[in-house]
Ligand binder design. Structure first.
Ligand SMILES: [Zn+2]
Length: 499
């Protein structure tokens, strides 16, 4: 432990302490543990504790903020006084949030919606609006309302990482959940089966679509809201920020008149953003582009988009069969989840269509074994697959507070001497990161690799062949982005994993 008892000096003001509290941390949590952060010194966070028993919690708190703790003991009443002031500051902030909401026309319109439950009152409407508006302001992609024994935790996913934002009491649970379900046109009387719905709101000329899903748990309904901010979406291939070599390879890949191109990566790795960017590059008046998606995240001008609706019997496979009768040149299939969808996709790519789709695999080459596992014959894969792009989104070092430092041993072994990290500032909510960018690994299926796929060679051998053909792995590209200061070693390894 890095515990040190430094001669106690005067504690900073609540305003100064507030600056040091990472966004996701509530004052309640600090009060419970009886400590406050008081100073940042390089990679160290000085934390005042009122009793030695809090030292371990303080260590954990500092680690969460990416710092090492230096613990100093202060009299309990002094620490408590700062925490009281923090509450006063926080309630001021909450009032500001509420008045900001009231000043936004569209949201006050939304607040006028009739509520079909007498348990829901005006403060609850304001509270729910505040939760939504804050999330949009903070660029969150998801809002989680997670019930537990004594209340609900509200969490925002920002730049791919979940942060605790608010804790609501148990008394809030039923009205808040009902309010959201009403807004999402879900059945509020039904609390024991999972449901889904959507909320459409507009902020000025910005349309925001929110997908809502509920799941019954032992402590009540868990609500997850996915925010699809149409103004923020739609990036071009240039916006994706691909490394030069991979960008040139992708440009060449998508110019093929027929065949299949796959994007792989875990959920939230930005596959659909890339698919949309590719479709925008390909959509021209003289080609017929049709997509089948679940959900349709952005409206693409000049593209026919079909929404999968399994309840109404529109599955990926059934939609695809209809699409093929619409004389398409380019087909985008949101995801290949089953044999039938994959099979129709491959057949289409073999009969003169360019087919784009996604698969859940970790790296690009493994897409081949996934298709084989789904029941597709290797010779069909060899004949149709043009290439696979594996991608990940990593958080970018905050441009405001990033600074260079010596590389840790884990990076030196890759020849990286200097790395960059954000200290944490107001701009990045103390996280040291702001925004994300993509890492792209591109596996091109050359005639030699097609032969290898057709003869069913093991994946390890395919990977070695791909490397010989010049494929750079996610790890190689990740190390390059660490070396150029775009992201940190920890973030890159968290997302890419050690190969
Ligand atoms: Zn910063």
């Amino acid at each position: 432990m890095n515990e040190q008892n430094v001669l106690a000096k005067k504690l900073p003001s609540a305003e100064q302490v507030m600056e040091l509290i990472p966004k996701g941390v509530s004052v309640d949590a600090l009060r419970e543990k009886g400590f406050i952060p008081i100073e940042i010194l390089g990679d160290k966070m000085v934390i005042a504790v009122s009793n030695a028993a809090s030292a371990l919690d303080a260590q954990i708190f500092a680690t969460g903020a990416g710092k090492t703790a230096v613990v100093v003991i202060h009299p309990e009443r002094e620490v408590a006084a700062v925490i009281r002031d923090l509450y006063d500051l926080k309630s001021g902030v909450a009032d500001e949030t509420l008045s900001a909401i009231e000043s936004v026309d569209d949201l006050s319109q939304l607040a006028r919606q009739e509520v079909m439950s007498d348990t829901v009152d005006a403060p609850v409407i304001k509270l729910v609006n505040g939760i939504l508006l804050e999330a949009i302001k903070e660029r969150a992609t998801d809002i989680h309302l997670e019930p537990f024994e004594d209340g609900i935790v509200v969490r925002y996913r920002i730049d791919g990482v979940l942060h605790n934002r608010y804790e609501l009491t148990k008394g809030h649970q039923s009205p808040v959940t009902s309010r959201i379900k009403v807004m999402a046109k879900m059945d509020i009387a039904e609390r024991f089966i999972p449901q889904d719905g959507r909320i459409g709101i507009s902020l000025g000329d910005r349309a925001v679509d929110i997908r809502v899903s509920s799941l019954p748990t032992q402590h009540g309904e868990r609500i997850v809201m996915r925010i699809l901010d149409k103004a923020r979406g739609l990036l071009t291939l240039e916006d994706l920020g691909m490394a030069g070599e991979e960008k040139a390879k992708l440009d060449a890949l998508i110019r093929n008149p027929h065949g299949m191109i796959l994007l792989t990566g875990p959920t939230g790795s930005g596959k659909s953003t890339s698919l949309y960017a590719i479709l925008q590059a390909l959509a021209r008046p003289e080609v017929n582009v049709i997509t089948v998606e679940d959900p349709i995240e952005y409206d693409l001008p000049g593209v026919g988009q079909v929404h999968v609706n399994e309840k109404a019997g529109v599955t990926f496979a059934s939609a695809l069969r209809s699409i093929l009768r619409q004389d398409p040149d380019i087909i985008m299939i949101g995801e290949m989840r089953d044999f039938e969808t994959a099979h129709i996709g491959i057949q289409s790519s073999l009969t003169g269509h360019l087919v784009l789709s996604t698969l859940h695999t970790n790296d690009s080459v493994s897409a081949v074994s996934r298709l084989v596992d789904m029941g597709i014959e290797p010779y069909l894969i060899a004949g149709s697959l043009l290439g696979v792009v594996a991608q990940r989104l990593v958080r970018r070092v905050c441009p405001k507070c990033g600074e260079a430092m010596e590389a840790p041993a884990a990076m030196k072994k890759y020849g990286v001497e200097r790395v960059y990290r954000g200290r944490g500032c107001a701009e990045c909510g103390g996280s040291g990161y702001r925004g994300r960018f993509g890492l792209y690994e591109q596996f091109d299926v050359s005639p030699e690799l097609a032969d290898a796929i057709s003869s069913g060679v093991p994946i390890s051998e395919l990977k070695a062949l791909a490397a010989q053909n010049g494929m750079r792995t996610l790890l190689q590209i990740g190390v390059e982005s660490v070396s150029s200061g775009k992201t940190t070693p920890e973030e890159m390894l968290r997302v890419v994993g050690e190969a």
